[in-house]
Ligand binder design. Sequence first.
Ligand code: ADP
Ligand code: MG
Length: 271
Amino acid sequence: MSNAPLVKTPTAAHDAARTHVKFDPQPGAALAPRAPFQATEAPQMAAQGLWKRYFKGRVEIPVLRGVELEVRRGEFVSIIGQSGSGKSTLLHLLCTLDVPDQGEIRFQGQRIDNVSARRRDQLRNKELGMIFQFYHLLPELTALENVLSPLLIAEGAWSYFRRRREHLERAKELLDRVGLSHRLKHRPRELSGGEMQRAAIARALVAGPEVLLADEPTGNLDTRTGEEILTILRSLNESQRLTVIMVTHDRAIAAQADRTVRLAQGQMEIA
Ligand SMILES: Nc1ncnc2c1ncn2[C@@H]1O[C@H](COP(=O)(O)OP(=O)(O)O)[C@@H](O)[C@H]1O
Ligand SMILES: [Mg+2]
């Protein structure tokens, strides 16, 4: 049994990136620290024998062919692989946006690959946070409203409005922590790429997820802005022990995680 720290010593690039981003690594009231990592703990997220194929007309496109993955609470794992290797497909299965043809996905010991639509909504709106390369913010909502939107969906209008003040405080605190408190009322088209990704991170965190799944979160950003986003993800991982599963095709970005695995020929390899 090892008590070795999960978090690697930050690299020089990582340190440099820290100086460009306003991010308070101290846990705030809305983001309580999690229990310390236990080496003996069962995986928080596990994929077993995952198969997924698509059909284009009658042509079968096998994408995942028996993928195995285990991620422990508090880990920061990168998944790399060439374009088209199935990284997004895998992430969509892990966050229940799609279902595998075969295999099982467990989250905190419970299967989530075969659950009801209601349970899937609950998982996606509360327990699993998602961020994407192209942010997927709602264009007609402000940054603040985008961050609040999962709470409105998860709670329903009645409960949401009853707790509106508390929710507003939390959303503003998160936007402040990702360095966006000066852009609360801006709509996505009035924000830069990095600002949109910051808003998307705050939105992914607002319901207090256990795991953050990120699909090429820096893929559409310049190098420095990408580093800033990565600094935010690392800080969340380090200060809150938030589990992060990040997909990227960029080895330098991937190398900043605790561990990297590679998806190739539909299977998982140690990178
Ligand atoms: N809905 C779909 N229908 C048909 N083929 C798809 C669909 N989604 C993805 N694919 C194909 O599956 C493969 C893996 O896609 P994807 O998971 O997006 O790869 P990556 O994220 O690693 O670039 C690609 O060849 C892609 O064209
Ligand atoms: Mg992809």
